[in-house]
Design a protein around this ligand. Structure first.
Ligand code: SF4
Length: 234
């Protein structure tokens, strides 16, 4: 008699199937927002030998390098993110094993004309892509959601303040822990300020504590002390 698949293997199969549908999506191309020769959806399947992650990272949109390498945070920004998460107890080798990567829109939006950074996806693109994110969240039921950049932070938390007031704080809603983070891109000067670096350090202390609480003990020095506990908002 065939064995009944475990809940974990059913979740993995559903995620792989969702990713396959997502990679075939061309809604924004048909609507005239994107050109298929420059941009297609990026959706990475879970690592075969790791559980489906319960930590979800939501960024703005994939960059050019992610598109070229077919994986998110493939470049220098990813190196910085790996270093931050290492502080929180996630070894670099586990970057793609412990975290599932998504974004407000899943296709590279192209450069902002006349600027160094990428174009922010339009409200139309965001609206077209949101059902993918909602379906992903319903499937993953993440315990921790890392919000990278103002677009993701505003989309989930609705806060409009500057990053310096948001990073280093935490929000817990319906048992889901939300952690706002800046984009780790070298294009941003925000990270040059020592006070902002300290805010990222606080955020990583919060994440380290959450990982310990959720039964995934961090490597190194253990959970934060009470004085380092998150400033949670709900
Ligand atoms: S951005 Fe999202 S909705 Fe638009 S084509 Fe890419 S995957 Fe589809």
């Amino acid at each position: 008699m065939p064995r009944t698949p475990s809940p974990e293997s059913r979740r993995r199969a559903r995620l792989v199937a969702l990713n396959a549908r997502l990679r075939a999506c061309r809604k924004c191309h048909r609507a005239g927002f994107l050109d298929e020769r420059e941009s297609v959806p990026i959706a990475r399947d879970p690592e075969p030998d790791a559980p489906v992650p319960r930590i979800l990272l939501v960024g703005q949109a994939p960059g050019l390098r992610a598109t070229l390498h077919d994986r998110p945070f493939a470049g220098i920004a990813g190196d910085k993110l790996r270093a931050w998460f290492e502080q929180a107890g996630i070894p670099r080798a586990d970057f793609y094993r412990r975290i599932h990567f998504a974004a407000i829109t899943r296709c590279y939006p192209g450069r902002l004309p006349g600027a160094r950074g990428d174009r922010v996806p339009s409200p139309g693109e965001q609206a077209l892509c949101r059902p993918w994110l909602d379906e992903l969240i319903a499937l993953l039921e993440p315990e921790i959601v890392l919000l990278v950049g103002l677009l993701a932070i505003r989309s989930f938390l609705g806060v409009a303040g500057p990053l310096s007031r948001i990073v280093g704080t935490a929000t817990i809603r319906d048992s889901v822990r939300y952690l706002p983070l800046p984009h780790p891109s070298g294009v941003s000067r925000w990270l040059n300020e020592p006070a902002n670096v300290a805010a990222v350090d606080r955020a990583m202390t919060i994440l380290r504590g959450w990982i310990a609480e959720l039964g995934q003990p961090p490597a190194g020095n253990g959970p934060p002390s009470r004085s380092q506990s998150p400033r949670a908002r709900s």
